[in-house]
Design a binder for this molecule. Structure first.
Ligand code: TXA
Ligand code: MG
Length: 339
């Protein structure tokens, strides 16, 4: 299959909309990461998303809308808390889980009785969804297990020949995925930290809690609320280890580890002015917000540079710290050294 690369002019967006409406797969930019979209009402196309990504079939997709009133078509029994959250954070880097309506096919929700709904803020994303004329089911547009794509070239690297088109809308401003809040029960629960911070959520609904699994790995046989929690994630070819703490102690530890691994091509992902000998260094930025924006592209860059081992500096500095830590721990398969 030839994968078309489309720009963001009106004609190209109209074409992307047509492709999706006719059953095709279109990768599109959002403010978080690139999504791999198909008509949410078309079960055959939705099945093609799973095949193109190599995604396990029990991991549900988020449905993307460009009109807030679509929530009432896709979901049932929307609580007052859920309304407050959607009013405050949509459009934006936010996904709400609600009881699904019969309109949403089981193929989208992997048989769950809830559906994740997201209204992206990105203008190109909104224009594409409107052009398609249907809600768009979309996971992140990476091969399953790889870092999420934050530029069209990442999508092209993973998906060429597997999908019909990609809209090149430049790089994503947030860089990590949306914050997922399950508002289908009595108390809203954060299932994945992301572009909306916990502080922002509790300012609107103070009762909101965080699922304890966010920073842990899921044990054999455990059933997480968010199926995506249990899968291998964001893994570059290199083996990643997170070194967490104050930056001078982090520097000391990484120097030690570099010495021990001097026979290998080592990379260091920094969030400081620390310099390291005999290592490929990429700086993710000094705030957690910048770190979020650059993390996935840095992980992909280390692979291009041939790094075999990556040490990632980390310190929690702002509201984005939880989202960065969650992604880092997963990309490191929970190899974390606290200093
Ligand atoms: O920012 C984002 O959310 C991006 C962009 C493209 O919108 N999308 C994204 O999709 O990250 P994906 O499929 O890579 O991650 C969605 C996560 C998965 O972990 C999935 O298990 C969870 O959301 N999820 C989807 N529907 C759910 C549901 N009904 N209940 C619980 N978790 C759900
Ligand atoms: Mg994903």
């Amino acid at each position: 299959m030839e994968t078309k690369i489309l720009k963001t002019d009106d004609e190209s967006i109209a074409e992307a909309g047509r492709i999706a409406a006719q059953g095709g797969l279109v990768a599109f930019p959002t403010e978080t990461v690139y999504g791999l979209g198909a008509s949410a009402y078309d079960e055959t196309s939705v099945a093609r998303i799973y095949a193109a990504k190599g995604r396990p079939s029990d991991n549900p997709l988020i449905v993307h809308i460009a009109d807030i009133s679509d929530i009432d078509r896709l979901a049932e029994s929307v609580s007052a808390e859920a309304r407050r959250l959607t009013e405050a954070f949509m459009p934006g880097p936010f996904t709400i889980i609600l009881k699904k309506s019969p309109l949403v096919p089981d193929a989208v929700t992997a048989g769950m009785d809830t559906v994740g709904i997201r209204f992206p803020e990105n203008d190109t994303a909104q224009r594409f969804i409107r052009a398609a004329g249907v809600p768009i089911a979309a996971p992140s547009a990476n091969l399953s297990g790889k870092p999420s794509p934050t530029e069209a070239k990442h999508v092209i690297d993973d998906m060429t020949g597997r999908i019909d088109a990609v809209i090149d809308g430049g790089s994503c401003s947030v860089g990590v995925e949306s914050t997922i809040v399950d508002a289908s029960g009595a108390v809203p629960v954060v299932l994945r930290p992301g572009g909306v911070t916990y502080e922002e959520l509790t300012a609107v609904v103070p009762e909101t809690v965080i699922d304890p699994h966010i920073l842990e790995s899921i044990g054999e046989g455990e059933r997480p609320k968010c199926p995506g929690m249990k899968y291998k994630h964001y893994a570059p070819d290199a083996e990643v280890t997170v070194i967490e703490g104050a930056m001078d102690a982090v520097k000391k530890k990484i120097d030690e580890l570099l010495l021990k691994n001097s026979g290998k091509v080592c990379g260091v992902l920094t969030m400081s002015d620390n310099a390291y000998d005999s290592a490929v260094i990429l700086c993710a930025g000094k705030t957690n917000r910048e770190y979020a924006k650059n993390l996935f592209s840095c992980l992909r860059e280390f692979d291009k540079l041939g790094a075999e081992i990556v040490f990632a500096e980390f310190e929690e500095r702002d509201g984005y710290g939880l989202a960065v830590r969650n992604r880092l721990y997963k990309s490191a398969a929970q190899r974390v050294i606290r200093v």
